[in-house]
Ligand binder design. Structure first.
Ligand SMILES: C[S@@+](CC[C@H](N)C(=O)[O-])C[C@H]1O[C@@H](n2cnc3c(N)ncnc32)[C@H](O)[C@@H]1O
Length: 314
């Protein structure tokens, strides 16, 4: 009898330190209620964006599981955030998600549409659309160059919705596009939506780390790819491709900046982690890859969320 009582006490005492930890990791009852109501309503209404964003930005990593559990009925392929979380193609930022950001897609089903409107309203989504417009302006500059044939190489081409928009707007374009992507599904999608532009586009299904160009380009463009690379791969990629620029050609690399207000939201809602970089980081890596200071500059789109490292041919 005595022994049993002692054992019970030991058990209770040994559980004590664990208990506060578990409670601390859970969401407050108020936040849970708020999140359940959002799920009921197909996502947040505009007047709720501020409160939801504040909850997301203040979440500790140890609370992520509770947060995702609270909205689990929305975290599936019917929403853009859920698509990011489920990753049907095995990686975040796949061609369908990027294509849907470009076309500002919102699921018409009321059970989900507010989530998509919220996502499309994020600075990160606007920055992706702005970078497409930035790309279109660079293509227009290439088009104006002297000479009969102009070439653009795109590394990590995804849905090629940007190319599609350019060629649709410029049916007489003299530009030939070479698109490299290692995802066969992305290539298939890009091919299908660009079927009428077969003459202007060639596709290469291969890892960009292994692709070997056989010609020179007026522009080498990459957006939404280098933000996944560690610095050493970033530098390697500059050295590898830089030599395939024509005289006067340019290598332009997009990368999300530290001032991405959507960063925590992408991480929390979609488990989507990027290497955010500063202008200084980008210039430093270009110089490490042996570019000269006068060849390098950094642009940004209107929001300053997406930076563009520009390296001119020597
Ligand atoms: C976020 S998407 C960007 C698509 C496109 N550049 C755009 O901005 O619309 C990134 C694409 O890069 C491709 N990708 C990622 N790593 C790659 C690699 N090592 N080699 C080739 N493609 C890669 C993915 O398959 C995906 O289609």
């Amino acid at each position: 009898m005595f022994k049993i009582i002692v054992n019970i006490n030991v058990t209770i005492n040994s559980m004590k330190p664990l208990h506060p930890t578990v409670t601390l990791n859970q969401l407050s009852a108020e936040d849970q209620k708020f999140l359940y109501a959002l799920v009921e309503n197909g996502g947040p209404e505009p007047h709720e964006y501020k409160e939801l964003t504040a909850i997301i930005n203040n979440l500790e990593d140890s609370e992520l599981e509770y947060f995702r559990d609270a909205i689990k009925e929305s975290l599936n392929e019917n929403t853009l955030i859920g698509h990011g979380y489920v990753k049907p193609f095995g990686y975040p930022g796949d061609f369908t998600l990027i294509h849907n950001i470009y076309r500002i897609y919102v699921n018409p089903d009321e059970k989900y549409s507010n989530w998509d409107k919220f996502f499309q309203d994020q600075a990160g989504a606007h920055a992706v659309r702005n970078r497409k417009d930035y790309f279109l302006r660079r293509c227009a500059e290439v088009e104006k160059l002297d000479g009969e044939e102009k070439r653009i190489l795109i590394l990590g081409s995804g849905p090629a919705t940007d190319v599609n928009e350019y060629l649709n707007n410029n049916p007489d374009s003299k530009i030939k596009f070479d698109l490299v992507d290692f995802d066969q599904n992305a290539i298939n999608f890009a091919k299908e939506q660009n079927g009428e532009f077969n003459e202007s586009i060639e596709y290469f299904k291969i890892n960009v780390l292994r692709f070997k160009p056989y010609q020179w380009y007026n522009l080498i463009w990459s957006a939404g790819l280098f933000d996944y690379f560690k610095d050493k791969h970033f530098v390697y990629m500059i050295s590898k491709y830089y030599k395939y620029l024509t005289d006067g050609g340019e290598f332009i690399i997009g990368n999300f900046s530290h001032s991405n207000p959507t960063r925590r939201l992408m991480e929390v809602l979609s488990d989507w982690y990027l290497v955010h970089r500063s202008k200084y980081d980008l210039v430093r890596m270009a110089l490490e890859a042996d570019a000269k200071e006068e060849q390098v500059e950094v642009d940004m789109e209107e929001l300053g969320v997406n930076l563009f490292l520009r390296i001119k041919a020597a």
